[in-house]
Design a protein around this ligand. Structure first.
Ligand code: AMP
Length: 254
């Protein structure tokens, strides 16, 4: 069995999340005796992924990312994929958002993850009010209560400045940041010597367009959870450890 503490980093076993159905995991106990059941919200660029990893590794809930399920499914044999997963991959191949009923089907195929005694941290689901309503229904059927919905918030201009400093290697795709993770030689990849470029979707105008689309689609979702007294807004400025400390304080108060 895995041992947890507040500072020791531990990776959760996500077998059941990736495989679905009756697949089992080796981790079944919440560290510190408290199982957290959480949903994470946050625009691209706020550091939601980093916080998801820190919360999972330090507080114990398993990170359940629907995007990770789809990415992992690409490497499975067709015979290992459930019908809902096959349908989702067709949408992803076309670069589209997966329809609500398909994503809901994927989560519904994983009830063991929602009732896991170690808790869970949903990341990337729900993305719409219809998905949130379905999740409320699934949790109700399983007799499981959500503790909180953590929304990581940062003003658009700060997101633009963070993302527009990102540089990506044109050859090996390694990612740098001019301020927080600069390469040894300007615009040259440390790993392969390739040229570092600004990705099309990291240009300020493209970022603003993405932010507006995100705000439009998630504002109703935030309202849904605010009305149910579950939404906690966490300022996402500062270092990952600072933001994690705010998260811990907010969770301790519940
Ligand atoms: P993510 O890693 O969360 O950005 O997800 C990667 C991709 O998976 C998205 O661009 C969508 O195509 C798909 N996806 C993941 N989660 C959802 C969701 N809840 N609703 C619709 N599409 C999703």
């Amino acid at each position: 069995m895995t041992v947890f503490c507040a500072t020791k980093m531990t990776k959760r076993d996500r077998t059941a999340w990736f495989k679905g159905g009756s697949a089992d995991c080796r981790d079944e106990v919440a560290p510190g005796g408290r199982a957290y059941r959480l949903v994470l919200l946050g625009a691209p660029g706020v550091g939601k992924g980093t916080q998801a990893e820190l919360i999972s590794e330090r507080l114990g809930p398993c990170q359940l990312s629907t995007g990770d399920v789809f990415r992992a499914a690409k490497t499975l044999d067709a015979s290992e994929r459930t019908p809902a997963l096959n349908a989702a991959l067709d949408y992803m191949k076309r670069g589209e958002l997966v329809p609500d009923e398909t994503v809901i089907g994927i989560v519904r195929e994983r009830p063991n993850c929602l009732r896991c005694p170690a808790g869970f941290l949903l990341d990337g689901f729900p993305r719409t009010v219809q998905q949130a309503e379905a999740l409320t229904g699934m949790l109700g059927d399983l007799g499981v209560k959500l503790d909180a919905v953590l929304s990581y918030d940062l003003p658009v201009e700060q997101i633009v400045s963070r993302l527009s400093g990102r540089r990506t290697c044109a050859s090996c795709k390694a990612v740098y940041h001019v301020a927080t993770k600069p390469p040894k030689v300007t615009d040259v990849c440390d790993q392969c010597g390739g040229k570092l470029v600004v990705r099309e979707d990291d240009r300020p105008e493209a970022i603003r367009v993405r932010m507006e689309a995100y705000e439009k689609s998630t504002a109703p979702l935030a309202d849904y959870y605010r009305q149910r007294g579950l939404l906690i807004s966490i300022p996402a400025d500062g270092s990952p450890d600072t933001i994690f400390a705010r998260t811990q304080v907010a969770l301790a108060a519940r």
